[in-house]
Design a protein around this ligand. Sequence first.
Ligand code: NAD
Ligand code: UFG
Length: 353
Amino acid sequence: MKKILVTGGAGFIGSHTCLVLLQKGYEIFVIDSFINSSRKSLKNVLKIVDEEKKSSFSKKLKIFEGDIRNKELLEEIFNKSRSDGNGNGIEGVIHFAGLKAVEESVNNPFLYWESNIFGSINLFDVMHKNNCHTLVFSSSASIYGKNQTGKIDEYSQINPINPYGTTKMVIERLLEDLQRSFNLTWRIASLRYFNPIGAHYSGLIGESPIGIPNNIFPYITKVAFGALKEVRIFGDDWPTIDGTGVRDYIHVMDLAEGHIKTLEYLFDNKPNIINMNLGTGKGFSVLELINTFENVNNLKIPYVFNSRRSGDVASLVANNSLAKKLLNWEPNRSLRQMCKDGWKWQFKNPEGY
Ligand code: NAD
Ligand code: UFG
């Protein structure tokens, strides 16, 4: 089976994706600096898969602690992969590693350009030198311009409004250049995620933000647990169904499965570059999310209305027809499932990992 390098594999989306890769039989090499994650996520990934398959998968998951800005380490990983098992090296990369806090990026754009862009350049360079040209890149719906209505398709205006989104746009452009310059070699997919939430149903892996969460879902689970007093809803006067912001929430396991489908699509097709939305195509307001969470988990979530948060938009919902068509992929976990699984994770792990 193929060997895959997963950068940032210990993080929220990375750990769920590593689980699906192992379930499908891939051998994985993870590089993670653990700047926003814990080794325990990958330990728990192994726990889940060992239990499911009734055998030990520890030899199929190799973990390297370090930063993607460290070229020597990346080289070492590629070299190790060749001296391992069947002698074939890493054939594909899923690139999650990066910083993702919007506000931090506004306060420290140098850090975001340095870490996300320089780190990615390093990685692509080492891939190229090691003759590995299949890449799935974590982009983001935050690259889209803010004044758009209706569902967002891949041709919608690109106009990020913060340095974090800019780094994703720039990396996409770099990948387009690579594809154009070496058009018979690279197979690339930039996946533009909408709002991933929830957790694996076991409650063993999930999102473990450090400090007070910025995003609505981990904020709700912290309020449910009593660690925070109430949800502050940013705005009740948006032009939406009930005045609160509408987003396209996608279960992290559907997203993880979308990565494996994308990787397999790239392996099975000729060199190409695709920019693709991963979302459900359904929008829910903040109040709908809170109500669903309350109903599914039989809990009360206190909330208050605050003024709008700067940089927010009324509604951001994916047109996901390209992913459905190309990948034959259909996100099938409901908002109820996201709320149930996300709460189970938080309840079992009040402090995260
Ligand atoms: P995360 O922070 O949980 O995971 C990122 C992982 O990368 C972490 O384990 C972190 O320790 C590691 N990392 C960061 N910088 C690194 C570096 N320079 N070298 C090595 N490791 C490094 O975030 P996530 O939610 O799992 O997001 C994964 C990717 O998806 C990120 O690139 C993010 O920008 C993108 N994304 C996330 C969302 C979201 O809402 N979660 C939405 C759109 C896009
Ligand atoms: N919201 C609140 N209260 C909170 C947090 C959020 O009312 O405490 C509202 C926001 O105003 C918005 C909705 O909940 O209407 C969702 O906000 P999030 O912060 O959870 O998510 P965003 O859509 O703002 O952004 C997220 C990630 C980005 C990513 C983007 C992709 O933070 O990195 O999804 O769509 F790029």
